[in-house]
Design a protein around this ligand. Structure first.
Ligand SMILES: [Cu+2]
Length: 480
């Protein structure tokens, strides 16, 4: 931990000389501070002295590579399912580029994650920057692991935090205006997230291709107001509202993306797609189509599980405090699938919304498909309290929140909504499910099917409202 008084002043000439002999690059950030970032060889992360100052709740390490995901396989066409994926035998269908969370892997494990990307990119969350405590900076390292299926390519990757309003160009990830990360190297991004709300991130290298191929995900910033129990009992808020109006009991991050089969097949088979032919074959939530979207998340890491005092706790009852989703990996550092859902091995996030009657449920939406999504829930109001990481307030503080059944979410837009879970009605219909089910779906029919007969699919998930007697544990991790 460092305090504001420990914060280094502008770099002196001596420091500059010390670093300038290598590949170091210096950046004078906004304001009076300076920070260094430097590319360094893969495997050298542990040796970096700066890392020792970073606490684990403010740090993440992402790997960028290629991989395969499993989407509905029917009806077969020459390009879907991709025969190269089908050969893997667990229901994989589609080639992707993507990110992986490699924070907890050692160097030998990280080296094995080539061709093991996931989609969507790992969900992570950040506390709003506290100007009185520079240790609340958030640090993300990215290692470019290379592309296993396309060794002919030497594509760089980067991290663009979409919507971040005060990023210095050096950390913006747009490769012609700043820098990108070549294969075999690691680059460090440093953020001071001053505006709370829901954002998204993606690779910005050849971005039409890399974003669409899967290098996109959701990131959100928790407000400094959090843990103030006097405005809302849970002490959890979407914004620094000052009045508890954005307080919630449970939160769910729902990231929208799209798959155009032809481009994915073309990248795997050394062909060039014609991007003006773009169309949406599969529309996804958290990297999955319905009903996979309501299938279980990937298993928790060993020693972690669902407990009475927090949704994700270790065997001693301590809650998960790391700033990203807990997922289990095997001895090689590879993602582990839930039993029976082997085709979702590289799509670890669920989009299921689970709550109890009377609770306030926060839904964080972001869209990094190329098309607008009309996300609809017919029987429940969604109260829109934030948009593009901005609270629904006029300049004079006027409340501009509104209620709707449909959110029209354009590409690159985010919405924060709160749903008041209605009283339990005894279970949906005569199904005896034990919960009331409300479908949350894209009302465009072309986005709400799986290119096959068989009813609803595509960009849809379920809101399941249980009776309070269900005693669902207090949530410590989103989407649980
Ligand atoms: Cu990339």
């Amino acid at each position: 931990m460092t305090s504001a008084s420990d914060e280094p002043a502008r770099l002196g000439r001596r420091q500059l000389l010390r670093y300038a002999g290598g590949a170091a690059v210096f950046v004078a950030g906004a304001g009076a501070t300076a920070r260094y970032v430097r590319p360094f060889a893969a495997g050298q992360v542990e040796a970096d002295s700066h890392l020792s100052q970073i606490t684990q709740d403010h740090y993440m390490f992402l790997g960028g590579t290629d991989g395969w995901i499993g989407l509905p396989p029917t009806p077969p066409t020459p390009i879907h399912p991709d025969t190269m994926a089908a050969d893997k035998g667990i229901g994989l269908t589609t080639y992707i580029f993507g990110f992986r969370n490699i924070t907890e892997l050692d160097a030998p494990q990280r080296a094995l994650q080539k061709e093991k990307a996931q989609h969507s990119a790992p969900l992570f969350w950040v506390n709003q920057f506290d100007p009185n405590d520079v240790s609340t900076e958030f640090v993300v390292d990215i290692e470019n692991l290379g592309l296993a299926v396309r060794p002919d390519l030497f594509d760089e990757h980067s991290l663009h935090w979409h919507g971040f309003r005060n990023v210095i160009p050096f950390f913006d990830g747009e490769p012609t205006g700043s820098v990108a990360v070549p294969p075999g190297t690691v680059f460090r991004y440093v953020y001071r997230p001053r505006e709370e709300g829901t954002y998204m991130y993606h690779c910005h290298v050849e971005d039409v291709e890399h974003v669409h191929m899967g290098m996109n995900g959701l990131v959100f910033v928790r407000p400094l107001q959090n843990s103030n129990m006097s405005l809302y009992p849970s002490g959890k808020y979407l914004y620094n509202d000052g009045d508890g109006s954005t307080g919630y009991d449970r939160e769910f991050a729902l990231h929208l993306s799209e798959i155009w089969n032809e481009s994915h097949w073309a990248d795997a088979h050394i062909q060039l797609p014609e991007w003006s032919d773009y169309k949406v074959d599969f529309a996804l939530i958290n990297g999955r189509t319905y009903p996979d979207s309501v299938a279980p998340a990937a298993p928790f890491p060993d020693g972690w599980g669902e407990g009475p005092t927090g949704t994700v706790v270790d065997s001693g009852g301590a809650p998960w405090t790391k700033p990203y989703m807990p997922v289990k990996t095997d001895v090689d550092g590879v993602l582990v699938a839930s039993p029976g859902y082997e085709h979702l091995q590289y799509q670890p996030a669920t989009a299921l919304v689970r709550c109890m009657a009377g609770e306030r449920v926060a839904l964080r939406f972001s869209n990094l498909g190329f098309k607008e999504a009309a996300m609809t829930v017919d029987a429940l109001d969604m109260r829109v309290v934030g948009r593009d990481a901005t609270p629904m307030r006029g300049r004079d503080g006027t409340d501009t929140s509104y209620r709707t059944h449909t959110l029209n979410i354009g590409a690159g837009e985010s919405f924060d909504v709160i749903v008041d879970a209605p009283p339990f009605s005894g279970g949906t219909g005569s199904s005896g499910l034990g919960y009331d089910m409300y479908l949350l779906y894209n009302r465009s029919f072309m986005r709400a099917n799986n290119l096959a007969p068989g009813g609803f699919g595509g960009q849809a998930t379920e809101i399941r409202v249980y009776p309070t007697s269900a005693n669902i544990p207090v949530q410590t991790v989103p989407n649980t």
